[in-house]
Ligand binder design. Structure first.
Ligand code: NAP
Length: 333
């Protein structure tokens, strides 16, 4: 259904400008983007999914996903994501790699073309589905930048085995901090969770597991003042915000789970973002610009889960399909 104007010019040194116009370009290959891909491939829309690294998104960093329906005993994050990718590819979804740096809207009169620029290529499309997700937020305390990769980590599933029998601290009290602490407890000798309030934000079932885990203790009402150590992490200095008292905790590892930042820098000035940078959409996942949709963790919403990402991906794909059909005058309405 897509229009090919001229053949792409192959030039390895310069940016390749692909003159083909896709129906839909999906940006991001996590649960939301891949699900949108499944729906669009089955709808026979000419679709391209662009992914920065490798498909799977945040979910591949999760040891076990227990709340995705259909798997009563849970499923490993990487396994679930590999199955979703396999499903999308089986229906014919095309995936290319590149970092999207910019989206431009070149719409004049009837021309509804949008441009997606990656670090090495430029694509044209009629619709875009933004599924670029979010990335771990840094705490922003002294010592953090210097010691990243030298004891500071943002992914227990990736780095926990390096801390066999060692003492570690975890910062944060949300689902990620608690799930990752439970995973860390398989390796580390002792885990101290540092949380700035007197109650956890995490789901109750995760809290129950934490409270009954003998390796894990919690420093309530406490914040990290700085990370200690020169060449590698040796501990943290924490402060009780109710008493003002400071104390050091010796530790070989610091795991930070203080929330996420949406990957929307490349969208500034193009569509409406909320004050934290998340994309604002309507119920059909359409952003403030017609033909541009958003789904998954990058969208403003209250629940960020694989199951919500998949649902939104499906809705965004269906809405984009209707938009394309109307543009091409093949709508059934
Ligand atoms: P989150 O829910 O935003 O929690 C972030 C945690 O970090 C909160 O406890 C917060 O404290 C703390 N925090 C934030 N800024 C801080 C700072 N400057 N200093 C100290 N502490 C700070 O983030 P998340 O846990 O990564 O979860 C993100 C989303 O993914 C959520 O929607 C979550 O439900 C979802 N998720 C779900 C699952 C699951 O269902 N199994 C697993 C992982 C993540 P306060 O509580 O005081 O705000």
């Amino acid at each position: 259904m897509s229009v090919v104007l001229t053949k792409p010019k192959a030039n390895n040194k310069e940016k390749v400008k692909e003159e083909k116009i896709y129906d839909v370009i999906i940006i991001g290959g996590g649960a939301a983007g891949l699900t949108a891909g499944i729906y669009l491939a089955r709808a026979r829309m000419d679709t391209l999914l662009i992914e920065k690294m490798s498909p799977g998104g945040q979910a591949i960093l999760t040891e076990i996903i227990e709340n995705y329906p259909g798997f009563p005993h849970g499923i490993a994050g990487p396994e679930l994501m590999q199955k979703i990718e396999e499903q999308a590819v089986r229906f014919g979804l095309k995936i290319e790699y590149g970092e999207v740096l910019k989206v431009e809207i070149k719409e004049e009169k009837q021309d509804k073309i949008k441009i997606v620029k990656t670090d090495h290529q430029e694509y044209k499309t009629l619709a875009i589905i933004l599924a670029s997700g979010a990335e771990a937020r840094k705490l922003g305390v002294p010592g953090e930048e210097k010691l990243i990769g030298r004891g500071i980590s943002y992914c227990a599933t990736c780095d926990a085995p390096f801390f066999q029998n060692q003492k570690v601290v975890v910062v944060g009290g949300g689902d990620t901090a608690i799930e990752e602490s439970l995973y860390l407890s398989k390796f580390a000798r002792e885990i101290t969770i540092i949380h700035r309030r007197d109650r956890l934000r995490a789901t109750k079932i995760l809290q129950e597991r934490i409270f009954s885990n003998k390796k894990i203790n919690i420093a309530w009402d406490s914040i990290v003042v700085k990370i200690l150590g020169q060449e590698k992490v040796e501990g943290v200095l924490i402060k009780n915000i109710k008493t003002g008292q400071e104390r050091g905790i010796s530790s070989q590892g610091v795991f930070m789970f203080v929330g996420y930042l949406p990957n929307t820098k490349f969208l500034e000035g193009i569509i409406k973002l909320d004050d934290r940078g998340y994309i604002v959409t309507d119920d059909n996942m359409m952003s403030s610009h017609e033909g541009i949709y958003a789904c998954g963790d990058v969208r403003k919403k209250i629940l960020r889960q694989v199951v919500t990402a998949c649902g939104e991906g499906a809705t965004a794909a269906f809405a984009a399909e209707k938009y394309i059909e109307e543009l091409k005058g093949v709508s059934y309405k």
